[in-house]
Design a protein around this ligand. Sequence first.
Ligand SMILES: N[C@@H](CCC(=O)N[C@@H](CS)C(=O)NCC(=O)O)C(=O)O
Length: 208
Amino acid sequence: MIELFSANTPNGKKISIMLEEIGYDYKVTKVDINNEEQFREEFKKISPFSKIPVIIDHKNNKTIFESGAILIYLAEKSGKFYDENNRTEINQWLMAQMGYIGPMLGQHHQFHHYNPGKSKFGEERYFKISKRIYEELDLIFSKSKFLSGDNYTIADIATFPWIARHEWHDIGLKEYKDLTRWYLEISERNAVKKGFSFMDKDELPPKP
Ligand SMILES: N[C@@H](CCC(=O)N[C@@H](CS)C(=O)NCC(=O)O)C(=O)O
C-alpha cells in the first residue's frame, strides 16, 4: 500500500492521478500547508524541504519526495506511462514541467491570484511568462498528440494539473485550440477524474 502525504494542489494531484492510473491501493494523509503542518519535525523527516507530495511505499518502506521522482518511481514500479524505449524523450518533458512550467505558473498564482495589487512587476512578469507557456504548449500540441509523442506518459500527468488551474491564469485556455484538445482528452479519463477529486469528491477539471 502506498501512503500519499499531500494537499489539494497541482503538485499533489499529479500523484493521486498517477496512483489512480496505475490502479494502486493508496491512502491519503493530508498535510495542511496553510497551517504550517509541513514544518512539523515528523514530516521533515520524510520531506527535507517541507513540501508535499511525499509517498511511503509500505511494501518496502521506501520514502520518496519530489513529485517528478515519485512519478518515475511509480512508473518504473508499475511499468506504465514511461516506455523504456522513449525515456530520454519523456524525461525532458517531465523536467521541463518540474523546472519551468510548474514554478512559473506557481509564481503567476502567487502574484495574480493570491496577492493581486502587491507587485505590478511580479504580476506582469509571470502573466507574460505564463501566456508564453500556453503559446509554447499550443504549438507543441499542434505537432504532437501528447508531450513526448503518441502516448500519454508521466510528463502529461505532471503537466495536466497545472493547466487545470487555467481559471486562475486568466489567459483564456479555449483560445489555444491544440492545448485545449490535449487538456480535454486528459480531463475525460476516468482515472484523472478520480485522482483530481482525491481531496474534494465534487471537484472536476474545470472546462476551458
Ligand atoms: N518541486 C516540488 C515542489 C513541491 C511544492 O512546491 N509543494 C508545495 C505545494 S504545491 C508545498 O508543499 N508548499 C509548502 C511550502 O513550501 O511551505 C515537487 O514537485 O514535489
